[in-house]
Design a protein around this ligand. Structure first.
Ligand code: ZN
Length: 323
């Protein structure tokens, strides 16, 4: 097997752990670079197309990374920027509306895992859910409790100590890509949900080509999903996808039981994703209209945000105006 230093894009190697979707070990190198141009080896499973960091960082290494990268948020004075609240609030409101379409009238207890700066929790409470959150980042947890008066506990899913079948609905928004043992995370969520409980989940879509290839891989995103791999992992963990979209923002229902031994092979997904990831080079990316359309969209967005923020001095008033 190659050492990490001598690997090239296209090389095959054996991972130390079985792929959580197909249980195979063979991987292929798709990238040697991460955001901010740091060295980061990313591989794809050749049997199903699941993409992940290589080697997989340990939990201790990830904790050390978060502590360095998000050190400002450990200070008590931490406050998210108002423009971020403004940016995330409409998506949070949409996710709550989507849940209302799929939840039964009696399904109202909701846990937001990784509640972040609180937009989703705020919108869920506004819509009548009995919602609460857990947040591993001390700064965010403190901010959402004191500035937004939201019921947030500073803890992790592993340490929270919830009783089984405590919630009708669980939200996991841009969290699973950070988890080094995603099947274990989904199994814990499965146990926390009541029968027929709903999971609202969103992760970045690695197949989305609107981002430049050199910003695609992030150290903290240890697994990278597309629609097929996210759906396969949910199926193994005992969930049925109930929304019919093709992206990586889904609602799933607790139906079966988790079964790690189930093997889901999707070689066509590997071939499709491999081709997409290695043929979308920076030169090709900038030769398309996508980055320029994105720039124009961003310019409009910044102008609109500047205009709206003139009339708001705190996050709670922004959220109340958008609810
Ligand atoms: Zn696999």
């Amino acid at each position: 097997m190659n050492s990490a230093q001598s690997l090239k894009v296209g090389d095959f190697l054996n991972a130390h752990f079985a792929c959580p979707i197909c249980l195979k070990h063979e991987r292929r190198v798709v990238s040697l670079i991460g955001r901010k141009r740091q060295a980061l080896t990313t591989v794809i499973c050749t049997s199903c197309g699941l993409v992940h960091s290589h080697p997989m960082p340990t939990r201790a290494e990830l904790d050390a990374f978060y502590h360095r990268d998000y050190r400002v948020s450990y200070k008590s004075s931490f406050t998210p920027k108002l423009k971020h609240t403004l940016r995330y609030a409409p998506g949070a409101k949409q996710r709550v509306s989507d849940l209302l379409k799929h939840a039964d009238d009696h399904q109202r207890t909701l846990l937001d895992i990784g509640s972040g700066s609180g937009e989703f929790l705020f919108m869920a409470l506004q819509q009548g859910f009995k919602a609460e959150g857990i947040e591993p980042n001390a700064g965010y947890a403190e901010y959402t409790r004191t500035a937004l008066h939201l019921p947030v506990e500073h803890t992790t899913l592993e340490n929270a100590g919830f009783a089984p079948e405590s919630y009708d609905i669980i939200s996991l928004n841009h969290v699973l890509e950070h988890m080094p043992e995603p099947f274990d995370t989904l199994t814990r969520i499965h146990a926390l949900l009541k029968p027929n409980g709903l999971l609202s989940i969103a992760v970045p879509d690695i197949a989305a080509l609107s981002h430049a290839p050199q910003t695609r891989f992030h150290y903290a995103h240890v697994f990278n999903y597309n629609h097929a791999t996210l759906k396969a992992l949910l199926t193994k963990a005992g969930f049925d996808v109930v929304t019919e979209c093709q992206g990586t923002s889904l609602i799933a229902k607790k139906q079966g039981v988790p079964n790690f031994e189930q093997i889901i092979e999707m070689t066509d997904n590997y071939e499709l994703l491999w081709t997409q990831l290695v043929t979308q080079t920076p030169i090709k990316h900038y030769a398309t209209a996508k980055p320029y359309r994105r720039l124009v969209k961003k310019a409009h967005q910044y102008a609109r945000e500047w205009y709206v923020l003139r009339s708001h001095s705190d996050a709670k008033s922004i959220l109340a105006a958008l609810a």
